[in-house]
Design a protein around this ligand. Structure first.
Ligand SMILES: NC(=O)c1ccc[n+]([C@@H]2O[C@H](COP(=O)([O-])OP(=O)(O)OC[C@H]3O[C@@H](n4cnc5c(N)ncnc54)[C@H](O)[C@@H]3O)[C@@H](O)[C@H]2O)c1
Length: 328
């Protein structure tokens, strides 16, 4: 898609993902070296002074394509006329906080932001990064009735990247040699990284990797628990890889999906594969590069995969029930 200037809103811009994300957005790497960029930063009021420091650094980088930066604590200003909204900001999970508490704490942020997103450009796209990403995206989508539901997504590209990287390491190949891995369901520990249809250099993965026990066991749990492993090692949640994946998502949505491959994203289910219609569920999709995507149809789901898909589906149904009153 070519535009003269692309307007991108980033919420939670003073946070650690923002710090990795913003310079790459402004560099031209994502929208092309012939597209200028206008950045709209949304933060909560107490974080605005810190955000000023980030803005100083962005200005000091003298990005040739960066037209302007708008800084605000008002979603109506932040989302005005934007082509892309990256919803990164959310309240972090505190010590001892249950996932249910996190869902209830963050939900209200996405009702207000959903309504304000209706001020976006006619080609507005939304990627929700802030956790719980699927359910936050569901809330935003339901509070923005003027924006087509297909424009909303929850980030599972990080899970996909993690899966590709694990397989590449095991097979001794690069990620470019691999195709057709799917992330099903929630961006949480119930997600199902599915290699049933994956190919390595065109060959079925189960013919290339002999350790089938690993493929059906440790591989899956490693991807599911990667976020926790990073927190354990780094003392902070993933930021550079999360920012990278959010940018990969934009690139994937803005271009034609190559060959017969696919990528995964939390999207509004159309009922394919028996997933409740309207649920924000990670599915294998292909993009036409013109703003539309479709779910890859006809993949065979064996009993092993079905059980795993059912588990993550159940979790997302429960999350939806928890925020029922926020779904306008
Ligand atoms: N989907 C994924 O793959 C993935 C991966 C990693 C992290 N995450 C999630 O991304 C989110 C951000 O992570 P981070 O490491 O940058 O966190 P962070 O705490 O460093 O930054 C979050 C920022 O959001 C801001 N914020 C909070 N409420 C806001 C609101 N209502 N409007 C605008 N801004 C608001 C905070 O002030 C803060 O600056 C977290 O929810 C994290 O769990 C998702």
């Amino acid at each position: 898609m070519s535009r003269k200037t692309v307007k991108v809103a980033v919420t939670g811009a003073a946070g650690q993902i923002g710090y990795s994300l913003l310079p790459r957005l402004a560099s031209g790497e994502i929208f092309g070296m012939d597209t200028k960029i206008s950045l709209h930063f949304l933060e909560i009021t107490p974080a605005l002074p810190m955000l000023e420091g980030v803005v100083m650094e962005m200005n000091d980088s003298a990005f040739p394509l960066l037209e302007n930066i708008i800084v605000t604590d008002d979603p109506n200003i932040a989302f005005d006329g934007v082509n892309w909204a990256m919803l990164v900001g959310s309240k972090p999970r505190g010590k001892g906080m249950l996932r249910g508490d996190l869902i209830r704490e963050n939900g209200p942020i996405f009702t207000g932001q959903g309504a304000a997103l209706q001020r976006g450009a006619s080609d507005l796209r939304v990627i929700v990064v802030g956790n719980p990403a699927n359910t936050n995206a569901l809330i935003a989508m339901n509070n923005a009735p003027d924006v087509p539901s297909g424009r909303f997504a929850a980030l599972t590209h990080l899970d996909q990247n993690r899966a590709y990287s694990q397989i590449a390491g095991k097979a001794g190949v690069t990620v470019n040699d691999i195709r057709k891995i799917t992330i099903w369901g929630n961006h949480s520990a119930t997600q199902y990284p599915d290699v049933s249809h994956a190919l390595i250099n065109g060959k079925p993965i189960f013919d290339v990797i002999d350790d089938h026990e690993w493929l059906r066991g440790d591989f899956i749990t490693t991807v599911q628990k990667r976020g926790a492993a990073i927190i354990q090692a780094r003392g902070k949640s993933s930021a550079a890889s999360a920012a990278n994946a959010a940018l990969n998502h934009i690139q994937a949505m803005e271009s034609v999906t190559p060959g017969d491959n696919w990528f995964s994203s939390g999207v509004c289910s159309d009922g394919s594969y028996g997933i409740d219609e309207g649920l924000m569920f990670s599915l294998p999709i292909r993009s036409d590069g013109k703003g539309s995507w479709s779910v890859v149809q006809g993949l065979e789901i064996d009993a092993f995969s079905q059980e795993k898909i059912n588990a993550t589906l159940e979790e997302l149904r429960n999350e939806k029930a928890m925020v029922a009153e926020l779904l306008a």
